[in-house]
Write a protein that binds this ligand. Structure first.
Ligand SMILES: Nc1ncnc2c1ncn2[C@@H]1O[C@H](COP(=O)(O)OP(=O)(O)OP(=O)(O)O)[C@@H](O)[C@H]1O
Ligand SMILES: [Mg+2]
Length: 271
């Protein structure tokens, strides 16, 4: 990483401001039942275009399932997922493949290909979705691996990487195409504090250059409030709060208050 020691500056992604135009993604009345359990319960949600949205909530709240709906990897039993106003469920498989070229995604598990080394894992979307020649691919992969601090690890295989390295390779793969929409499922979980801040800085700097739309699931509360424009709180498969970091921080909802303050007392009693 070029500057891993940068302290965690309050985000310079800028204030929430007015969202640019129509929301890029809109979920309308989304309900999904898995194994007899309603895991998404009438979700209405707008993802503002060219802004960073953070999704927060307890483990099992439905955050990862929600993110998978945004890219059409999971289909709702009821409701619609609209990308630029078009219902994702109405696309054919082939059309959905094309639509997904607009996205980069980091899965919670990392989801690297075990049989491919770091270089090939990151090069994968470029080989699949672009006509770049080998020199172009090498250059793109080299640059992004340097940015995530993994220069020199190109030939390592996933089982030779630490958990934090897996996450950074997955982040590099999600961002290597400079996608228009980036979905990140816990990009900083399991990272040491210096790497974590470097990753957040990298996301922030890349945002300043490209002004993409990002949805990022995070447990970094309250730090994440500095690094996003819009916060969505998910609880029991429902969106119970959504708004600017300031608005969510000042929410009067007792659950949101407990989550934001990390209080052991409140509506959620774990022990
Ligand atoms: N493929 C699946 N089949 C059945 N149930 C599932 C499946 N995926 C998720 N679930 C259930 O849906 C609920 C929400 O899961 P989800 O992975 O979205 O939680 P989460 O908010 O991302 O939690 P965490 O913070 O631990 O990652 C959980 O009860 C989970 O067991
Ligand atoms: Mg999850």
């Amino acid at each position: 990483m070029s500057d891993p020691g940068i302290p965690c500056e309050p985000c310079s992604v800028g204030p929430p401001g007015d969202p640019e135009g129509e929301p890029i993604l809109r979920l309308e009345g989304v309900e999904t039942v898995l194994e007899g359990k309603k895991v998404l319960d009438h979700i209405d949600l707008d993802v503002p275009r060219n802004r960073i949205t953070a999704i927060i909530g307890l483990s099992g709240a439905g955050k990862s399932v929600l993110l998978r709906h945004m890219i059409g990897l999971m289909k709702p039993d009821r409701g619609r997922v609209l990308l630029d106003g078009a219902d994702l469920m109405k696309y054919s498989r082939k059309e959905l493949f094309e639509v997904r070229k607009r996205f980069g995604m980091l899965f919670q598990s990392g989801a690297l290909f075990d049989s491919l080394d770091v270089f090939e894992n990151v090069a994968f979307p470029l080989r699949e979705k672009t006509n770049l020649d080998e020199t172009g691919i090498r250059e793109r992969v080299r640059v992004i691996l340097r940015k995530v601090g993994l220069e020199g690890s190109e030939e390592k295989f996933p089982d030779e990487l630490s958990g934090g390295m897996v996450r950074r390779v997955a982040l590099a793969r999600a961002m290597v195409m400079d996608p228009e929409i980036i979905l990140l499922d816990e990009p900083t979980t399991g990272l040491d504090p210096i790497i974590r801040n470097s990753i957040l800085n990298l996301i922030c700097r890349t945002y300043q250059d490209h002004k993409f739309t990002m949805v990022m699931i995070s447990h970094d509360i309250p730090d994440i409030f500095h690094w996003c424009h819009h916060v969505v709180v998910v609880h029991g498969g429902k969106v119970i709060e959504a708004g600017s970091p300031e608005a969510v921080r000042n929410s009067t909802n007792p659950f949101v208050r407990q989550l934001v303050e990390g209080d052991i007392h409140g509506p959620v009693q774990l022990m």
